[in-house]
Design a binder for this molecule. Structure first.
Ligand code: FES
Length: 573
């Protein structure tokens, strides 16, 4: 197939000079015949495969299926690797490297003869980083998620990624579980390829991909090992070739309406608070006006429709068999911009109009939701002038309006040292405050915001307390946990000035978080305050700490916001 419109790849492969010889000749060492350089769309397959990222370890098979589709549609597929961030493995936190991966993706696309790209992501940070990088190039792109693991099964019960970890590790600690049982439970939880099968960040972001229109219908929930995941990858390979012919670029799909749809879908699935940060960063790349306030305003009226762990009972496999994300989107009715365009060339409304629910215990109807409130509450006040977030559906209703005494931990080491101390002056009415776990402070904003409760409180049977930090929280966790406090402590936010014994007032209904300390006193404390920054005197850490934006801006680098397109003015030869 010869493209009438000259594609960007032809400025490499279409040249009949020394440079053209070089571009083609070296590629031919892979056994490629002359005709693949004839002007057909060159499709990059951006692969986050890695044996150090177990959630994405099956991606070579998925890439092969994408290639089948690309060849079949007359394209020329070229797979390339980018850095892969394994959430359960990487230190100090995979989030530190999200922006680095996005740079890898962006420059790999721009610097190479790629006309369209298929993005293969799954584990938490791989999805936003790929979308961010590709959005800064703004070429035709389609996302194929790796899919969730099969349901965990342990001794006749269903167990979910993440949520089961806390229970088993406590049982091991207390001697209720033997080491043999502990090992067996590990195997039972992760028994197939794929990412976490609870509504953690990976499943949330796969759902965001579909809600934004960047993935084919049903992309979010098909289990990783289900043959239909491979069929979807094959179809995506065919479709990206057509998208190149149609010049259907990312910015035509990820519009303001698409982001509004994604926020509402996030509420309806009880999605992770991490989606807040990632969508802000992605919108920044594509140039869409989208703010932290939008999360509160748009999500307010959206109930949670999905009965999935951690807030519910079921797992992603059940969600797929019940009909998957198209059912949720159809249920949302007029809360969705139905005319938003998606990668298959149809509107999101067209894609879901015939979606059918096969299990009403998993997906609830809008008029009789699983939980009345599904969105994200954005708080303001002198403790978080730029905002903080809380997931009301995961919080304890009795704590939503509360005044409590602060018990302060200066950093994560301080927390680990003192939280189990029987002499810690704390009870369940107190508010745990953790500092220096934000983007700059840790660095990388880890998922430590859902601090474990002090043992002496747990022994009373108390399971929740208000916790406040500039950290994030795993999508598999819950509680009355106030996250993403901005500005963060290390950047000089008032969070840095909180002291043991201060009183803090939370009123979720009025979206208020207030440190009850006078302005004069705060000014005095500030005059004596020095930032606690992590050691970061060289390399990527240094770049990160110097240039990362606050959580309220998506924690992107200041110099990465926006896009540069695909033009490279200078040749390499
Ligand atoms: Fe990779 Fe949960 S650890 S998706």
């Amino acid at each position: 197939m010869t493209e009438k419109r000259k594609l960007r790849s032809q400025s490499w492969f279409g040249k009949m000079d020394k440079a053209g010889f070089i571009y083609r000749s070296w590629m031919k060492n892979q056994g490629l015949p002359d005709h693949v350089f004839d002007g057909r769309p060159v499709i990059g397959i951006c692969n986050t495969w890695s044996e150090l990222n177990p959630c994405n370890a099956h991606f070579r098979d998925i890439a092969d299926r994408v290639k089948r589709g690309v060849w079949e549609a007359g394209g020329f597929p070229l797979e390339f690797p980018v850095m892969s961030t394994g959430e359960p493995i990487m230190r100090p936190t995979a989030m530190l490297f999200r922006n680095l991966v996005s740079m890898d993706v962006e420059e790999s696309i721009r610097g190479n003869p790629i006309d369209g790209v298929v993005l293969l992501g799954g584990c938490d940070k791989t999805t936003p980083s790929l979308l961010m990088g590709a959005a800064s190039c703004d070429i035709p792109a389609i996302f194929v998620s790796g899919g969730p693991m099969l349901n965990g099964k342990y001794r006749g019960t269903e167990i979910g990624s993440g949520t089961a970890v806390w229970q088993f590790s406590e049982e091991m600690r207390s001697g209720q579980m033997s080491p043999e049982e502990f090992f067996a439970a590990e195997s039972c939880m992760s028994r197939s390829a794929g990412h976490c099968m609870t509504m953690g960040t990976a499943s949330t972001m796969a759902s965001m991909v579909e809600a934004l229109g960047m993935g084919l219908p049903t992309n979010a929930a098909i289990p990783a090992v289900d043959s239909r995941r491979y069929a979807l990858a094959h179809t995506a390979g065919r479709r990206i070739v057509e998208m190149v012919h149609e010049d259907l670029t990312i910015s035509k799909i990820m519009t303001r309406e698409a982001f509004e749809n994604a926020v509402r879908v996030n509420g309806a699935i009880g999605g992770s608070t991490n989606a807040v940060i990632h969508l802000l960063a992605i919108a920044g790349r594509v140039g869409v006006e989208f703010s932290l306030e939008d999360w509160d305003n748009l999500g307010k009226e959206v109930p949670c429709l999905l009965n999935l762990m951690p807030s519910g009972q079921y797992l992603m496999e059940d969600f797929y068999y019940a009909g998957g994300l198209p059912v949720i989107i159809r249920e949302l009715g007029d809360l969705i911009h139905k005319d938003a365009l998606t990668v298959n060339g149809k509107t999101i409304g067209e894609n879901v109009k015939d979606a059918e629910c096969f299990n009403r215990d998993v997906i609830f109807p809008l008029e009789n939701p699983f939980k009345p409130e599904g969105g994200i509450a954005v708080l303001h006040g002198n403790l978080c002038p730029n905002g903080a977030v809380l997931k009301p559906s995961a919080a304890t209703p009795a704590l939503m309006k509360h005044r409590g005494r602060a018990v302060v931990f200066e950093n994560i080491e301080d927390f680990h040292t003192r939280i189990d101390d029987e002499n810690l002056d704390v009870d369940e009415s107190c508010i745990l405050v953790l500092k220096n776990c934000g983007p700059k402070g840790y660095p990388g904003m880890p998922e430590v915001g859902n601090m474990p409760l002090p043992p002496k409180v747990l022994r009373k049977g108390i399971t929740d307390m208000i916790r406040i930090s500039d950290a994030r929280m795993s999508g598999t966790a819950y509680g009355t946990v106030i996250l993403h406090v901005s500005p963060e402590a290390a950047a000089g936010g008032n969070l840095a000035l909180v002291q043991n014994g201060d009183f803090i007032e939370l009123d979720v209904e009025s979206r208020r978080l207030h440190l009850d300390v006078s302005e004069d006193e705060l000014a005095q404390r500030r005059a004596q305050w020095t930032p606690e920054l992590p050691p970061a005197d060289r390399g990527y850490y240094k770049l990160y700490v110097e240039r990362v934006l606050g959580a309220d801006k998506g924690a992107d680098f200041d110099f990465l916001v926006g896009k540069s397109g695909t033009v490279v003015t200078r040749d390499s030869h």
